[in-house]
Design a protein. Structure first.
Length: 486
């Protein structure tokens, strides 16, 4: 046993405990602290027993037990608990010490904390940690950002404990300044919302149009997991579909209430996309779809009064299933294109200089959206680091060219049969709007100018010149130097 610990973990709920055990298993001595001391003792005397785990009963004791510079990782709820703990730590830390926030903090809080702590000489890191309990124990995807000076002191520990991509690369790299690590984690979760919604829609379509049994559906998802859709979420879907309740013998999925919960990172992603003016509509739809699912009582009442068509079964189930597979692939490309557009906008807005290919690689293992597909994204950004939209990469534009017909077919069939597929529909609208040379936004501009004199640009004049029409007929077209472009 070492006298001093290499790193500390504060907060010993599910994530903190498992991360501490992961660190210890990689040869690091880990000091641990929890607000309620009984939990620290229970951990040290239970799962941590006989291991290089040093329990501390106070923040002061925790800080005294660490090698310099001190490295302290907080695994507590986002918000005031993080500020409270930082406040308590400051009395015991010295310039050069490092605080790492591994919770799901909002990136703007991380920006603020990085700047405030920098003034006190403390190096602050906000890191995304993905993969839940299992990932924390066996290898999470880690997305650290903040004060770059901390990286050389935490790199070895972070890379050792992180998940490894199938080629052995650690799923952890320095993301960028201030809140960028937490932003990337938030965006990961937003993409996770859309992935899950689209898989749920695919399952619904297969179930309702093809009338496949759960076993057939499970085998189908298993088969999909051997192709371009290979991913953790597709893998667990086939396992979920097979699982039976030992008491009733029914499929567990059939017993689960159709009301989806959420903890807020999907909502944050949608809000950030709106703030940045980026069209992450499919991600936002996935959040709204969960909100709508939660209005179960209203849906049950509406089902009695709002009419719709009946479902026409697919003529050829196998053929329809292949269309759904291709539609899912096309919609997934669109959702990821939106996600990376948000990242790009944030990188420009906050001067983060993000490396999108490296971010795709960080998600290659350990995290919930891990998928073979991310290798293709990594390759696309390696070929063009400033790619404006993933759909413009030749690999993805070819893939969309092949799969877009299926997406149309499936969305149309769903609409005609009254089955809601909000993520698929939104992805298709995003695809079509993105490839439109001319959108009807000129009418929107005309209306804005008509009722609010908001002005418009003209196709026959250089960008940046603004015009106003006197739509009521009393005046003429006039240029203005003021841009009312809101
Ligand atoms: P919780 O979010 O439930 O964190 C609570 C832990 O923090 C408790 O052990 C609590 O102690 C401790 N704590 C300390 Br130390 N100081 C606190 C304070 N001032 N106020 C409140 N609690 C304090 O734990 P978790 O589920 O392990 O998650 C930790 C973080 O990791 C969260 O931000 C979460 O969003 C994030 N995350 C979770 C997952 C996941 O799958 N669960 C995945 C990825 C990220 P106590 O015993 O005295 O209450």
């Amino acid at each position: 046993m070492k006298n001093k610990a290499d790193i500390a973990v504060a907060g010993l709920a599910v994530m903190g405990e498992n991360l501490a055990l992961n660190m210890e298993s990689k040869g690091f001595a880990v000091a641990v602290y929890n607000r309620t001391g009984a939990r620290t003792e229970a951990f040290a005397g239970g799962r941590g027993k006989g291991r290089n785990i040093l329990p501390a009963s106070s923040i002061g004791e925790l800080c005294d037990s660490l090698e310099r510079p001190r490295r302290i990782m907080l695994m507590v709820k986002a918000g005031s608990p993080v500020d409270e703990l930082i406040g308590q730590l400051l009395a015991h830390l010295e310039p050069g010490d490092i605080i790492i926030d591994g919770g799901n903090s909002f990136f703007k809080d991380t920006m603020r904390r990085t700047a405030e702590l920098q003034k006190k000489g403390i190096l602050f890191v906000g890191t995304g940690v993905s993969g839940g309990e299992e990932g924390a124990l066996h290898g999470p995807s880690l997305m650290p950002g903040g004060d770059i000076r901390a990286w050389e002191h935490i790199r070895d520990i972070f890379r050792a404990i992180s998940a490894k991509a199938p080629d052995g690369t650690p799923c952890c790299d320095w993301v960028g300044p201030d809140g960028s690590g937490h932003f990337v984690k938030m965006l990961h979760n937003g993409i996770e919302y859309s992935d899950m919604q689209m898989i749920a829609e695919a399952w619904e379509l297969l179930r309702r149009f093809c009338r496949f049994t759960p076993e057939t559906l499970a085998a189908l998802f298993e088969d999909w997991n051997r192709g371009e859709l290979e991913s953790y979420l597709i893998e667990i879907t086939s396992e979920i579909l097979r699982r039976k309740d030992p008491e009733t013998g029914a499929y567990v999925l059939d017993l689960i209430l159709d009301s989806a919960g959420q903890k807020g990172t999907g909502k944050w992603t949608a809000e950030c996309a709106l703030d940045l003016g980026t069209p992450a509509a499919t991600i936002a739809e996935a959040v709204f779809a969960r909100c709508l699912s939660a209005l179960r009582e209203e849906r049950l009442a509406a089902a009695e009064i709002l009419p719709g068509p009946s479902v026409s079964e697919a003529q050829d189930g196998k053929e329809f299933a292949e269309s759904v597979r291709q539609a899912l692939y096309a919609a997934k490309i669109c959702a990821y294109a939106q996600g990376f557009q948000v990242l790009r906008a944030a990188s420009l807005e906050y001067n983060w200089n993000l490396n999108y290919g490296d971010i795709a690689l960080m998600w290659r293992g350990g995290c919930i959206i891990r998928a073979k597909f991310l290798d293709d994204i990594k390759r696309a950004f390696a070929a063009d680091g400033d790619l404006a939209n993933l759909m413009f990469d030749p690999f993805f534009s070819d893939a969309l060219a092949k799969a877009q017909d299926s997406l149309r077919k499936v969305v149309a069939a769903a609409a005609m049969s009254g089955i809601a597929v909000p993520a698929f529909s939104s992805a298709l609208a995003y695809y079509d709007a993105s490839r439109s040379k001319r959108l009807p936004a000129n009418l929107i501009q005309a209306m804005r100018d008509c009722f609010g004199a908001h002005t418009y640009e003209r196709i026959d004049r250089p960008r940046g010149e603004f015009f106003h029409t006197d739509w009521t007929g009393s005046g003429s077209v006039s240029a203005t130097s003021t841009n009312y472009n809101r």
